[in-house]
Design a protein around this ligand. Structure first.
Ligand code: SD4
Length: 306
């Protein structure tokens, strides 16, 4: 059995190729890296890697993480600049007993020492958008309008379960701001015995609920990947509503050790790519209608039929 799931339509091509690699007997670690690199390298995706939108000061500062569910080790970089493929740096850090989460200059120096390619992640188009945005006043960052994180979870035929994330965070974020994506338990979590999960949306909210850990904890209690996603999103959003806030912008994915996938969202629609040994497709999760502001998601195939 093998399976893979990735957030947003932008992950579709990379996940499709990584899915083919898994079908040929490839490793989940390689599948996650390959799928995320494909998004990082594409300047048309303005929320990840090259072409990512800058922070308030005009710097493209990236966060990325890689977690091995069989060892519970993770590696992550945050608030780092000029690393062409942040997911490669995160993967290279995964396995270390100490110093596995590096920020800023330390992360950049690590990438250089590893011989990873460095690159100015700004593009003329992203800098133009930045200059234009600075001209507008009172701009409230919107995690979805401005940015989407690529999260990929993969299971291979040998039972390896891996999680990865990569993002340039919120457009116009404060210098030094870090979101959930490199924070274990919030943006991602993975335990090969129970499952893997990852989140995209407003990192400040996702971290308040330790959302990915919450999903995997529910799976540990025997809840399915789909139900665990629905329950965790619903719990965090309901709590926010109780506190007088809105439900927030939160979407999640999960993958069980037997290859079941799950997804849930507070958005009107959340597309994701998923595949297993029966096929590959682009899907969407929607909030269900049960009279609450936050509802269980229903899933629908957009194309393909896993
Ligand atoms: C962050 N979670 O830095 C990321 C942004 C994101 O969809 O995923 N937006 O807060």
């Amino acid at each position: 059995m093998y399976a893979i799931i990735g957030t947003w339509k932008m992950s579709c091509e990379g996940v499709r190729e990584a899915h083919a690699g898994l079908a040929r007997g490839g490793a989940a670690e390689d599948a996650v890296e390959q799928a995320i690199r494909a998004v990082e390298d594409e300047p048309g995706f303005t929320s990840v890697g090259y072409g990512g939108l800058p922070d308030h000061d005009g710097h493209v500062m990236v966060d990325a993480a890689f977690m091995n569910g069989n060892t519970l080790r993770f590696g992550a970089v945050m608030s780092a600049e000029n690393i062409r493929n942040p997911i490669r740096a995160a993967r290279a850090l995964c396995g270390r007993e100490t110093n596995c989460l590096l920020a800023g200059r330390g992360a950049e120096q690590f990438a250089i020492a590893q011989g990873l390619p460095m690159r100015d992640l700004r593009t003329p188009a992203s800098m133009m958008q930045w200059r234009e945005a600075l001209r507008q006043e009172n701009r409230k960052p919107d995690a979805y309008r401005e940015h989407d994180t690529v999260c990929v979870l993969a299971l291979d035929g040998r039972g390896s379960l891996i999680a990865g994330t990569s993002t340039s965070g919120l457009f116009l974020k404060a210098s030094g701001r870090v979101g959930d994506s490199p924070i274990v338990g919030s943006g991602f979590y993975c335990d090969a015995r129970y499952g893997a999960a990852a989140a995209t949306g407003l990192g400040e909210d996702i971290m308040r609920g330790c959302l990915s850990y919450d999903i995997v904890s529910r799976m540990r209690m025997g809840v399915s990947a789909q139900k665990a996603c629905e329950q965790a999103v619903k719990a965090l959003s309901a709590r926010k509503i109780e506190l007088g806030e809105d439900a927030g912008s939160i979407s999640v994915i999960a993958l069980s050790p037997t290859g079941e996938t799950g997804a849930a969202t507070t958005l009107p629609v959340f597309p994701f790519a998923a595949g297993n040994d029966r096929g590959f497709g682009l899907f969407a999760a929607y909030p269900a209608q049960d009279g609450m502001d936050i509802r269980a998601s229903s899933m629908q195939a957009l194309e393909g039929e896993p």
